[in-house]
Design a protein around this ligand. Structure first.
Ligand SMILES: *Cc1c(COP(=O)(O)O)cnc(C)c1O
Length: 229
């Protein structure tokens, strides 16, 4: 199943890149393996996938302890400050930095361990009550502060768009996140040059690619629906 699904997703990514005149190499597919067993991750690896996303520190560490192959892991879920020290140095990007306090903790734990963290700032671009993420209008201020942290590099912005029936409804949000990135980059803040946009999930990754996504996070579309007990 995973192999077949990946073929479909890859084809859709390719077509979305073509429609928007982007190179396929500009977009990285993150296979979101949360709640799914290592056997399914191995199936994806057999299809050439090396980039995986998890949303819980414990689950991430468990899977890393079993899978010794060199893989790119991405932390995409809400992160508590007391878990930061377990995750720094173990992931390629932390996508879900949604407060200055969290960034400050990442700086502290990185400094202690002699590491640098590459992070994305999570923005609640549609202003949903239930979602984590900074307000668009406070994002620049927070980034200016993080820019002074020696062990933290801001690589870009991330958002979780609303759950919608028609993915076109999210186009405006993806476009707005892209605009926010361009706008903040244009301020020439010292140490800030952001190139990454993590946006788009199983329901809307094609639209996200058309609007400039450099990371799409696809779970269900690859591994099937999740069961939470
Ligand atoms: C679970 C999750 C995804 C993947 O969602 P699907 O709809 O299954 O593709 C993407 N991003 C984040 C932050 C997630 O928690």
């Amino acid at each position: 199943m995973v192999t077949e699904n990946l073929k479909t997703v890859e084809e859709k990514i390719r077509q979305a890149c073509e429609r928007s005149m982007r190179e396929r190499s500009e977009v990285t597919l993150i296979a979101v393996s949360k709640t799914k067993p290592v056997s399914m991750i191995r199936e994806a690896m057999d299809s050439g996938i090396v980039t995986f996303g998890e949303n819980k520190v414990q689950e991430l560490l468990e899977k890393q302890s079993v899978l010794k192959e060199p893989l790119d892991w991405h932390m995409i879920g809400h992160l508590q400050r007391n878990k930061v020290r377990q995750v720094v140095g173990r992931v390629k990007r932390i996508h879900s930095v949604d407060s200055l306090r969290l960034a400050e903790q990442i700086q502290k734990d990185c400094e202690k361990q002699g590491l640098t963290a590459d992070i994305l700032i999570e923005v609640n671009i549609a202003g949903e009550e239930t979602k984590f993420g900074l307000k668009p209008e406070e994002t620049e201020r927070v980034i200016r502060e993080i820019a002074t942290y020696p062990n933290v590099r801001v690589r870009g912005l991330m958002t979780i768009a609303p759950f919608v029936e028609n993915p076109e409804e999210n186009r405006v949000h993806f476009r707005n996140l892209h605009k926010l990135l361009v706008d903040i980059n244009s301020k020439n803040i010292d140490n800030i040059s952001m190139g990454e946009l993590s946006m788009g999930m199983s329901g809307d990754y094609e639209v996200a690619i058309e609007e400039g996504a450099t990371y799409v996070r696809v779970g269900t579309g690859i591994f099937g629906s999740r069961q939470y007990i």
